[in-house]
Design a protein around this ligand. Sequence first.
Ligand SMILES: Nc1ncnc2c1ncn2[C@@H]1O[C@H](COP(=O)(O)OP(=O)(O)OP(=O)(O)O)[C@@H](O)[C@H]1O
Ligand SMILES: [Mg+2]
Length: 317
Amino acid sequence: MMEAFTYAIECTGLTKKFGNFTAVDSLELKVRKGEIFGFLGPNGAGKTTTIKMLTTLFSPTAGSARVASLSLIGDAPLIRAKIGVVPQEFALFVELTPMENLRYLGDLYGMPPEKTTKRSEELLNIVGLYDKKDVVCEGFSGGMKQRLSVAAGLLHTPDILFMDEPTTGLDPQSRIALRELTAKLNSTGITIVYTTHDMEEADKLCHMIAIMDKGKIIAQGTSEELKDKYGGGHRIVLKVDSHTPELLSDLKKLVNAAAVSVVDHTIDLRVSNLSGNLVHKLSAYLTQKRIAVHELNLREPSLEEVFINLTKKDLRE
Ligand SMILES: Nc1ncnc2c1ncn2[C@@H]1O[C@H](COP(=O)(O)OP(=O)(O)OP(=O)(O)O)[C@@H](O)[C@H]1O
Ligand SMILES: [Mg+2]
């Protein structure tokens, strides 16, 4: 028998207002158990506010949510035991060492000291900070601090880990390391809610993606689904010396393009898919007509295009 999906998180009409301003607007959101759920959106979209409600730091103005099968209204302390948070801002003590930070947190969680020590050593190994476990965090790089935050978020072995822009401000090496760490953690079964402004990262890492803008979810799906639906289609881009209206019309027919546009010497054909056959057809035609082509590129829609198409280009506060 097929087991019904079990959800790690279910929001119903979840809303947060600050005065008259609605930061999160009647959110309906479901996160499946065991997935990496990407939560994307421009600055000020309401991602952190949502995460703060789901992690019991903000109480909702209206609506409700179930987190780890517990109600946000009433079961907050029980939820806290089931979730871990890697906050957007570094929230540990720089004047302490990783071990001291984790011991302090272990005490807060009421963990027995021996258990805290064992678990801390295990985690510092996983995040690659074991060598630095007794070094004061003050001089740590951004990447090291973030990895320590991940260890802290995992200390009490939560079922769900919220990671709010964990890779922002990190160099490419640290970003890749953290992304790999996240995938590895997820493969052990932990559900991860992940926010990022890096579309390529979201594309690579997340099983499901929700795009939020102005407090609302405006699209949700797998990266492939979103690209199919909002990516603006596949394109063939050609650079030629010169072109005529006939050429454009022939090319359009040849590849069965939905649209053709031209900027200077670049011809842009929108097609429904990019089968290898199209390129052959084009090359044969262009050779026959003796048209010199300087560039021929096939462009798949990217998640970045999806994001811009959905949230538009205007800058946010
Ligand atoms: N404590 C607060 N008091 C008043 N307004 C707030 C508060 N926290 C957030 N806001 C506002 O709510 C909106 C959503 O903010 P939030 O931090 O959730 O956005 P975000 O999607 O996380 O953005 P970013 O990508 O910049 O982190 C913003 O307009 C912000 O100014
Ligand atoms: Mg935020």
